[in-house]
Design a protein around this ligand. Structure first.
Ligand SMILES: C[S@@+](CC[C@H](N)C(=O)[O-])C[C@H]1O[C@@H](n2cnc3c(N)ncnc32)[C@H](O)[C@@H]1O
Length: 305
């Protein structure tokens, strides 16, 4: 939870959060998304959820929580979960994974494609899209002909706002962090929009990535297996039981020998070491497949996947 911080602005303060309301918030967050909310996070939670109250024109946390629980409104539940997590990301974040992709994984992917196979990569918790676009740019830089092959990158997030930014492929200001002049020249067009110098991802990169809304703790509609999953700086919010369940599901949806990349402060738990072997810094490979455990919450996320 170390990265939690206000996303933008200083929301008008709503009424105070009572201990009971905070307990309800923590219980919903744990049930729906396995998110751990320590009592020390109360002011962060108040600041984040005040924006949801304002959007719904409500002035009391109790009213909001009554609505959240009674209405069964999945969109608002996703907004609630999104408000409690951060969207911080940047291009080529933790660059060793992109070096590993180009140097170690790519030869396997090329071989698979040459044998008539398909390649599927999943950026799970993709935020504003910098991660999946970094994957696409890494692959295209190393092998430009991949754009014409059966290679697709699925990018999912629970938060509709970051997905809208990601789909637009438009970045400005701090959202462009991590890009070199060479990468910009190769994979972006420059323009000036709404008073901002804007970089737009080129179509050959965008065409490789499909964005979908998905709660990682709900059902997954994907049918096929993935060759690699990037799930970085996402599980940090989840309790251990939820992490283990997620890792087991990843093992099940990865090809045997498929790769899982985690964030810099995330590690596989002891209890899944029979499923994965270490393959580098926060990089793992599956050993075998297992049967899929049921998702917690078991609610379908809103929107097509
Ligand atoms: C800190 S960002 C990480 C972005 C990128 N993976 C990176 O490492 O730069 C975490 C993302 O996980 C998403 N997220 C959190 N809980 C989620 C859940 N239950 N299902 C899907 N996405 C979730 C958040 O909306 C946020 O965009």
């Amino acid at each position: 939870m170390s990265e939690l911080s206000p996303i933008n602005g200083h929301p008008k303060m709503a009424s105070a959060i009572s201990d009971r309301a905070f307990s309800r918030i923590a219980a919903i967050a744990a049930r729906e998304a396995g998110i751990v909310l320590a009592a020390s996070k109360v002011s962060m939670v108040k600041s984040r959820l005040t924006r949801r109250l304002r959007a719904l024109k409500m002035s009391s946390f109790d009213d909001y929580l009554d609505f959240l629980e009674a209405s069964g409104d999945r969109t608002e539940m996703n907004n609630f979960i999104s408000a409690l997590t951060t969207n911080v990301s940047h291009f080529f974040r933790e660059n060793h994974h992109f070096e590993y992709l180009a140097g170690t994984i790519l030869p396997h992917l090329k071989q698979k494609l040459a044998n008539g196979g398909k390649v599927r990569i999943w950026s799970a918790g993709c935020s504003n899209g910098q991660e999946p676009y970094s994957i696409a740019m890494t692959l295209l830089k190393a092998a430009p002909d991949l754009a014409q092959k059966d290679l697709k990158i699925l990018a999912t997030d629970i938060d509709p706002e970051v997905l809208a930014r990601a789909k637009s492929g438009q970045y400005f200001g701090s959202l462009t962090t991590g890009l070199t002049d060479q990468t910009i020249a190769s994979f972006f067009t420059k323009s000036h929009q709404d008073g901002e110098d804007t970089l737009t991802v080129t179509p050959n990169v965008r065409n490789m990535v499909s964005f979908r809304q998905l709660n990682l703790h709900a059902d997954w509609p994907m049918k096929g297996k993935f060759d690699a999953i990037f799930c970085r700086n996402v599980v940090i919010y989840f309790d251990e039981e939820t992490q283990i369940r997620l890792y087991k599901r990843y093992a099940n949806i990865l090809e045997p020998g498929g790769w899982l990349m985690l964030g810099h402060s995330e590690r596989l738990n002891e209890s899944v070491t029979q499923l994965f072997e270490s393959a580098g810094v926060t990089t793992y490979k599956t050993k075998q497949t297992i049967s899929s455990p049921a998702p917690i919450g078991a609610h379908e996320s809103k929107g097509p996947v």
